[in-house]
Structure formats: C-alpha cells, structure tokens
Ligand binder design. Structure first.
Ligand code: ACM
Length: 267
C-alpha cells in the first residue's frame, strides 16, 4: 500500500491558490492514501469571524471538497485533509476523508488548541475509524485525529482500540514535541502514523505563528519511515504493509490490548 504525506504552506484565506498548490504537488504521484495538513484550504491564524467566513466551506459542496474529490478520483486514491468547515452557522476545524468514488466522511477536531477555541466549535463527531478498500491493497482501517489531539493519548488509543491500522494526522504544529512524541503514539498502539504538517509562518492581527514542518511517518515498531525537511514543500510516498499493525504483541508474553488493566484505570 502506498501511503504518504503532503507538506506545504497554505496561503491564508486563499483557497484557490491552495487548491492549485495541492494539484501541482500531487501531479504525477502514485499513492493509495495521502494525508494533507490541518486547515489546508484556509490557513490557520484567524483574527476575525469575517476571515473565517471568507475561507470556510460546507462539506461536501464547497470548492475545496470538490477539488479534493477530483484529485482522489484522478489518482484512484483516498485523501485525508484538514479543512475549515462551516455548518449551520458554526465553524469546525475538521478533516475530510475523500474516497476515489466521491464519498466524503468528516471528523471534527476534538481538542482545540489555544485561540482555536475563539473561532471553532469543539468537535462533536467523536474519534472514528473508517474502512478503506481497493483491489491494490485490500481492506484497511484508518483513523483520523487533528494536530493537538496528539497530546491526549486517549485520541490515538481510542482509534487503535476501534481497529485503526493507520492514524492519519493533519497538523499545523507550532510546539516542538509532536514529531518526537509520534514515536510513542505509534509503539504504544502498534499502528502506523502519518503526521502531515505545514511549513512557513503566518502574520495576522498583530500576531505571528511559525509552523515546524518535518512531517513524519512512523511504523508500528517506532521506526521513522520518513521525516520531511523543516521548510520545503513535498509530496512523499512510501510503500507499507498495513497488516503489520494487526500484530499487537510487544513480546511473546505481552499484548498491548489484552494486557490492559482497565479495572485499575479509573481516575
Ligand atoms: C494545533 O493543534 N494546530 C497545534
């Protein structure tokens, strides 16, 4: 199965430019599952509701959703991307799973980071897994979490317990920890993780944020299959065997799911 991450610098509020950049970076690439950054249609650093309104869209009718559907169909592949979503007068920091046949599933970020709490409603979808399938790779279960969800081990754990073999992780990382922490998320759940981060910085409303790039793909044994550069755009693809994530044995006598002592975990 060919999985990958697309790392780029979404331009603030310029949805069409971001669509064009995604098309350029994916042109000629072969993949089965590609993960893109958080808020890839809109950029990140909002300072007003008007700005949010100008780049948010309804799913599946919006222009970014449609462009991703075209790309998924053209590549006969699945795409997971962060998206600024508008729904019934509210805004969500969401991710879409776009299938080659045009269906779209949505996840809304559970744990909002910093000023996201000013703009977005907290996610109400829960942490869910999705079956994806094709003649090329068979049936695979994937889970989605967005950026800061990583710092709550419950996010990846919930997805893994629901059967996720690959955790897709659209991100706009600004702290220094996540790329190293994904080693732990991968080994403690014995899953593949794909953290697709963005690059560059944004200045708006008297504030500045710098994003850390270095998108990472980690396998269920904690091997880094990829670490992108800090500031370059790229679409990186690698072949994996997703069935490796079905083996939850850490040693001959330790299974990470069967050895859990849930009766002792009450807080
Ligand atoms: C983040 O959740 N965008 C840091």
């Amino acid at each position: 199965m060919k999985i990958g991450c697309l790392q780029f610098k979404p331009e603030l509020f310029n949805v069409q430019k971001n669509i064009n950049r995604i098309k350029e970076l994916t042109a000629g690439k072969e993949f089965d599952l590609l993960v893109m950054p958080e808020l890839a249609n809109s950029g990140y650093l909002f300072s007003s509701i008007d700005e949010l309104e100008s780049s948010a869209e309804e799913i599946p009718g919006g222009e970014f959703s449609k462009a991703l559907s075209e790309t998924a169909k053209a590549h006969d592949a699945y795409i997971v991307s962060g998206i600024c979503e508008r729904s019934a007068g509210r805004y969500f920091n969401s991710a879409v799973l776009v299938s080659p046949n045009g269906t779209i599933k949505t996840y809304r970020k559970t744990h909002l980071f910093l000023e996201e709490k000013k703009w977005f409603s907290p996610g109400d979808t829960g942490l869910n897994v999705f079956e994806i399938s094709s003649k090329k790779f068979g049936n695979v279960t994937i889970g989605i979490m967005i950026c800061f969800d990583w710092i709550f081990p419950e996010s990846a754990r919930t997805l893994a317990l629901k059967g996720a073999q690959i955790i897709c992780h659209p991100s706009n990382l600004v702290l220094q920890y996540c790329q190293r922490a994904m080693f732990t998320r991968a080994i403690e759940n014995r899953v593949f993780t794909i953290t697709a981060n963005r690059t560059g910085s944004e200045v708006n409303g008297g504030k500045e944020l710098r994003f850390t790039g270095e998108s990472v793909i980690v396998d269920p044994k904690g091997n880094y299959l990829h670490r992108a550069p800090e500031s370059n755009d790229e679409c990186f693809i690698i072949d994996i065997d997703p069935s490796e994530a079905l083996d939850k044995n850490v040693t001959g006598m330790n299974n990470i799911f069967e050895d859990r002592r849930v009766e002792l975990y009450n807080k």
